[in-house]
Design a binder for this molecule. Structure first.
Ligand SMILES: Nc1ncnc2c1ncn2[C@@H]1O[C@H](COP(=O)(O)OP(=O)(O)OP(=O)(O)O)[C@@H](O)[C@H]1O
Length: 252
């Protein structure tokens, strides 16, 4: 569905994207792990049409999109801070994309109620954005994106501002909804556990170069990603916990 070929971008003397190539089949969530400054925001901005590359090509279903303006690309870009209309309640925020497309009230009612239920927001429809928690605001933001059925969803550390527990809940919810709606998405994060939870395919972006992996084990075992080291760390913490507990239980 998405084909990115030999994309390069330089700001002054800094080469931010270096001949970057990857593809993303329809219905897949590609989790891209990248440290700060690796070029992830520049990549997502180019895909969304907010930045232009120096060289390279971006195709969706075989058609170049580089000369297509952002509003016609059917690409939605979500970042850490959910963008909601402060004067509209949750229902109307989600309904917005349908209203401007002149969808009938009956259809709007049906589609928004169904989506709010999928996002576990059924009881929040009448609230204003200022009355929601961070995780709820992020779910409304997903709802606004999903309702218009974008061809491609771009997520730039969307859960970065949430506490660890809410973040874990959101990762699971995102995974479920992504499968249910067969979303094609590029999800960029610096958190390897998040990448493993949300991704159906995996990439690693480092100094503007993308490595795509054939399998989850190739991703985990590439020492550059640091995933293996992190998993080993958590395993050692768990083992230490088990030893501490068993040393307090008297043996029979
Ligand atoms: N408009 C710009 N003008 C000049 N330099 C830029 C511009 N946008 C980005 N850069 C530089 O390009 C590099 C990559 O920036 P980018 O925003 O893509 O990084 P990132 O991977 O998203 O990092 P972070 O996670 O810290 O936001 C950085 O060195 C940044 O300073």
């Amino acid at each position: 569905m998405l084909d990115v070929t030999s994309l390069s971008k330089q700001f002054g003397q800094t080469l931010v994207l270096n001949n970057l190539t990857f593809d993303l089949p329809a219905g897949q969530v590609m989790a891209v792990l990248g440290r700060s400054g690796c070029g992830k925001t520049t990549l997502l901005k180019i895909l969304a049409g907010l930045e232009t590359p120096d060289t390279g090509e971006v195709r969706m279903d075989g058609q170049s999109i580089l000369s297509v303006p952002p509003e016609l690309r059917q690409v939605v870009y979500l970042y850490q801070e959910p963008l909601l209309f402060p004067h509209l309640n949750v229902f109307e925020n989600v309904a917005f994309g349908l209203r401007i497309r002149k969808v009938t009230n009956e259809q709007v009612d049906h589609q928004v109620h169904e989506l709010l239920a999928d996002l576990e927001l059924s009881n929040q429809g009448k609230k204003q954005p200022s009355q929601l928690s961070g995780g709820q605001r992020q779910r409304v933001s997903f709802g606004r994106a999903l309702i218009i059925k974008p061809r491609l969803l771009l997520l730039d550390e969307p859960f970065g501002n949430l506490d660890a527990q809410t973040r874990a809940t959101m990762q699971n919810l995102f995974g479920r909804v992504a499968r249910q709606y067969q979303m094609t998405a590029l999800f960029v994060t610096h958190d390897s556990r998040e990448a493993l939870t949300v991704g159906t395919s995996f990439g690693y972006l480092d100094q503007g170069v993308m490595t795509s992996y054939e399998s989850v084990s190739d991703f985990v075992n590439d020492p550059r990603t640091g995933v293996h080291a992190e998993l080993a760390f958590w395993e050692s913490v768990q083992l230490r916990g088990q030893k501490a507990v068993s040393s307090r239980i008297p043996l029979p």
